[in-house]
Structure formats: structure tokens, C-alpha cells
Design a protein around this ligand. Sequence first.
Ligand code: PMP
Length: 363
Amino acid sequence: MISVRPDLRALDGYHSPQVDVRVRLNTNESPEPPPPAFRDAVAAEVSRVAWHRYPDRAATELRAAIADSHDVDPAMVFVANGSNEVLQTVLLAYAGPGRTVATFAPTYQMHGHIARVTGAQVVEGERAADFTLDPAEVDRVVAESQPHVVFLTSPNNPTGLAEPVDRVRQLLASVPGLVVVDEAYAQFADWTALDLVGEDVPLVVTRTFSKTWSMAAARLGYLIGPAALVAELEKVVLPYHLDAVKQVAGRLALRFSAEMDARVKQIVAERERISTDLAALDVDVVPSGANFVLFRPRRHAGREIWQGLVDRSILVRDCSGWPRLDNCLRVTVGTTAENTEFLDAMRALLALPPTTDENGASR
Ligand code: PMP
């Protein structure tokens, strides 16, 4: 009889329910594709790929291009299939059985999930009710669990809050192991932990092409960290993990950084419009430094609003059943037209009398 590892039996997979709708605002992707010139450049280079050969195992040109964009040495860059695979590789190398990983909830659930899959023990610190992280809680978790790896997500998902730089400094001063700052949404925020990275600092910063670069379909992410750490990751990751087409796409995307900056600016402006307009309604809004906004209806059940939006063919993320996120919904910033449609629907739904209470029971 085959049987799965006992420690995996109790684990739930990571789910992001998909519903067939017109306006898709649930997975924090970019609402716009990359520019047509990018597609043309990729098509031209892909036609020259040596399909019968394995790709460049070290992804030399792509790493050089990423390193150049951050003004670091290419030996400080590790690239993988989405930042999720970057995180998995870090955890395979630095977590695993007998080791401890700390996160501060609510945060990106994959950090804890991947850590558990590697066999590590996960310790969850608690954020305050407004989702900020108390320095005393950071000290408590570090002192009690002496983690081998600690995660901070800045801006955090699903709350949108940017973590203060002092929290990263505090962790670097107190954690015995590695600090991972997940910056999947950093381009939408005011600061980056990249400035703190150095050869003798136990810090890595992870980034993705899935959001600002409009390339979620490509599955490409990377980290910047000490070269010695990157060399360890190269031992752990599978040989030729990064296919030739992806290496081309990532390298060419970086030539369109001006277009990317323009998209980011537009999304930040729309995020501010969504936040301001929602705050004028009967909902609490969490200040966001990302490309999404977390909000909580005051009188209506989150699930009821989510369903009302789906009935209007608009999909947002229902976080209302997640621990510490009672009644919360998360909307990804879409195109101007999509955001207007979402806001109009919210005004209409919140003007209706609630039919269920916040626990889902009929009134
Ligand atoms: N980190 C965070 C905080 C995220 O929100 C996401 C995407 N949901 C990821 C990492 C994974 O991104 P990728 O597409 O690069 O695997």
C-alpha cells in the first residue's frame, strides 16, 4: 500500500478558486499585457532557439540583465520558475526537517505551506488587529523559536501594508538564520529592502515577473542575495530548470522598463482611486502599497458582497473565511474601466439591506 508522508496528510493544498467571469480582479496580475514590441522581440528570438540542446544552465544572459537592472553582481542573482520556486529552493536549502521557519500572519500562505512541505516546523507570529507588526511580537517569536528562516512580505499579501524598514533591520539584528523579504509587489511601494543586501548580510530579497512585468504566464522570479548563498541554491535546484524560451522572455522584458514604470504609475493612481472611493462607503479599507486593496464591509457579510459581485460577473478574492481576516475581501487593481465597474457594483451592493449577518446567517 502506498502512503503519503504522515506530515503531509494534514496539509491542505493552496487554492485560488476560479470562476468564469468578465472582470477578473482576484489574483493580483497586471491588467495590461506587455507592449506589442516585446511580443515581437520574443517571437523573433524564439525562432532562433536551439531546440535540440539543453538551455544555458546558469541562465547567464538573463542573470546578467537582472543584475544590471539592480546594479549588483550576477553571482548575487538566483532565477527560477516564479518566485514560488525561488522560495521553495531557499527553503529546501535552509529549512527542511529539524529546522524552524517563522512567519507573521496574516501573510502570504505559501511561505508556511512550502516550509511544511520541506519538513520544517512553522511558527506563526501574530499581527495586530490593524495588520501591522509589533516589534515586541517580532522579539518574542525570534527569542522563543530561534528560526532558521524568517519571512517578511513587503508589501504584505493579502493586506497590502508595506512593512517598515525598521522591522527588517530588527530581524537582521536578532534572527540567528536567514531573513527573506518577499517583494512580489515592491514596485508599487515606496521603499525596497534591496539596499540592505550585502555579501555578509543574511538577507535575500525575492522578486517576480508576474505582477509589474505583466508576465504571470511566463512563471519567472528571482532573488538578490549573497553570492555564497546563491551558490548553495544552485546545488539544490534541478539542472536546466529554466527553459530557453523563458530565459529569452525575461531578458527581453527588462528592455521595456520605461513601459513597466508607466503601468506601475497608472496602477498606483487607480489603487488610490479605489481606496478613496471604497473608504467613502460602508467598508473599512487597509492602506495599500501594492496592486490590490483589502477591505471589510461593516454591515454586510463579505461572502454576500463577493456573491453579489460574481452575479455581476466581477471576481475578487474572498478572504472572509481565512484566519484573522473575518469578512475581508481583496480586490486587484484592474483597468480603469474594470475598476469603475467594480466601484459602481460596490455602491449598488452596499446600498441594499444586508440579507445575512457577517457570519453568513440569514437576517
Ligand atoms: N509572493 C507573494 C507575496 C505573492 O503574492 C505571490 C503571488 N501570489 C508570489 C510570491 C508568487 O509569485 P510568482 O508568480 O512569482 O510565483
